[in-house]
Design a protein around this ligand. Structure first.
Ligand code: ADP
Ligand code: MG
Length: 447
């Protein structure tokens, strides 16, 4: 697909020759970013130090909500840090980072523009003349395997082809650093694999108009496949938890012991319960409630029961064709409810969890209700309702309360989880139209 015969003609945004291998291109120091909550600032990144050098691919791994996209936007100069600095080739950023370009998970193409016009956009913003824009866009389109699609509109293209446009639009400005925010995760498995392969081929070919790549992903295997260095973000507030030097030859052999070994070490870091007691016992201001619906966690409990009560999470994810990232909130939820216990890499049902998995619907609901009552947010809803018999509790009041400790997105997600759990357990009812809770009259727990 890629065309190695045509060398990219420079429209380098930064004058002078491309930086040599090893030069520090991006340098984040003490990077902190907070978003406004109702009662002050809520930290998302807290003191991140990260250096990206010419010649390397750095993967930033972390669970959903760990601040990966925020970090990337800070590196791109699209948002300003709350404190700390980001420098590009030694100069602290004061606005958009001219040495970078971004590829987004959702492609972010303008539907009313053709492929050619979409690719030219980035150049227009940088004040390049129309003639040079056309020529540079043609080359980028060629390079990325979009030849023949110049006048197509995004809606005529498959997801894979749309993301090629995303790549071409970023590469056309010849950024020193290509920033990619989960660029393959909206694509089907085969398309993603194909694009990853082509990206690597380009990177290795020396034709790539880019000197370094920062890849944000939640896919461990993708990180091990592509990166020279893997940086794992911890959650709440985001700090760098661990850094791995890949030290693997290219092309990388997924079947090799070294590949499997590194994947395994990264998995252990990602699944390890590093928060200890705090992670297991979230209060109203602690670790946010996991985004886990009742159906999902009951399904996971069933699967564990079928596997003799426990298994390795990685294997389970693989067998189900799921990403580990999707499984972790469910595992967290089972652990939080006392239905399972997590080891370093495996998850084992507790006695209560086994009973939950084996019970009939009524029995399962009863067990779930007892467990869920202990969750601070659910307990808060119940006690507020009990203090106000016959009355209701407005979701808005809870939103305001939670807003003191969490970002608005986290507030919404946690309320969804608590509502789902409490309704299933028949502890309370929720009126979505009036956005209010009331006690369930004929609840399971009623005498
Ligand atoms: P990731 O990309 O790792 O999933 P993000 O950087 O998107 O994580 O978000 C980290 C946390 O910051 C999340 O809890 C998210 O809700 C919150 N957040 C992200 N962007 C904003 C914003 N613009 N305003 C408020 N909160 C935000
Ligand atoms: Mg993100």
């Amino acid at each position: 697909m890629l065309n190695p015969l045509r060398r990219f003609r420079a429209v380098r945004p930064v004058p002078g020759p491309p930086p040599p291998d090893g030069e520090v291109l991006l340098d984040a120091r003490g990077l902190t970013k907070s978003y406004a909550g109702a009662d002050g600032e809520l930290p998302v990144l807290a003191g991140v130090d990260l250096r990206v050098r010419a010649g390397e691919i750095v993967a930033v791994l972390g669970r959903s909500g760990s601040g990966k996209s925020t970090l990337l936007r800070c590196l791109a100069g699209l948002i300003a840090p709350s404190s700390g600095t980001v420098s590009y080739r030694g100069a602290p950023l004061t606005g958009a980072n001219q040495g970078t370009a971004m590829v987004f998970q959702t492609f972010a193409l303008l539907p009313w523009l053709t492929v050619q016009q979409n690719v030219e956009l980035g150049l227009e913003a940088r004040g390049i003349s129309a003639r040079r824009r056309t020529e540079a866009a043609r080359q980028a389109i060629d390079l990325i395997g979009l030849d023949g699609f110049e006048s197509a509109y995004p809606k005529e293209l498959s997801g894979g082809m749309r993301q090629r446009v995303g790549f071409a639009r970023a590469l056309v400005v010849e950024p020193d650093v290509l920033l990619m925010d989960e660029p393959f995760s909206a694509l089907d498995v085969l398309t993603a694999e194909n694009l990853r392969g082509e990206l690597l081929e380009l990177w290795e070919s020396g034709l790539f108009p880019t000197r370094a790549i920062v890849l944000v992903t939640h896919n461990i295997e993708e990180a091990v496949l592509l990166a020279d260095r893997i940086v794992v973000l911890g959650a709440r507030p985001g700090t760098i938890h661990t850094t791995f030097e890949a030290g693997l030859e290219r092309p990388r052999d997924r079947q090799s012991a070294a590949f499997a070994g590194l994947t395994d070490r990264v998995y252990r870091t990602m699944t390890g319960r590093t928060g200890g007691a705090e992670a297991a016992r979230p209060g109203l201001a602690g670790t946010p409630l996991p985004e886990a619906g009742v159906d999902g966690l009951a399904g996971l409990a069933d699967l564990l029961a079928h596997r003799g009560g426990g298994c390795e999470l990685v294997e389970l994810a693989e067998d189900l064709g799921l990403e580990l990232d999707g499984l972790l909130p469910l595992a967290d939820a089972l652990e939080l409810l006392g239905l399972a216990e997590a080891g370093e890499t495996d998850l084992v049902l507790t006695g209560l969890g086994t009973a939950f998995a084996e019970a009939d619907v009524r029995g399962a609901k009863r067990i779930f209700a007892e467990a869920v009552r202990e969750v601070p947010l659910v307990r808060l809803i119940i006690t507020s309702l009990q203090e106000n018999p016959g009355g209701t509790v407005r979701a808005a009041a809870l939103t305001e309360l939670l807003g003191r400790h969490y970002t608005s997105e986290q507030v919404v997600r946690q309320l969804e989880t608590a509502t789902d759990w409490g309704r299933y357990a028949e502890l309370f009812a929720y009126d979505a139209d009036r956005r209010a809770y009331r006690l369930e009259e004929r609840g399971l727990s009623a005498p």
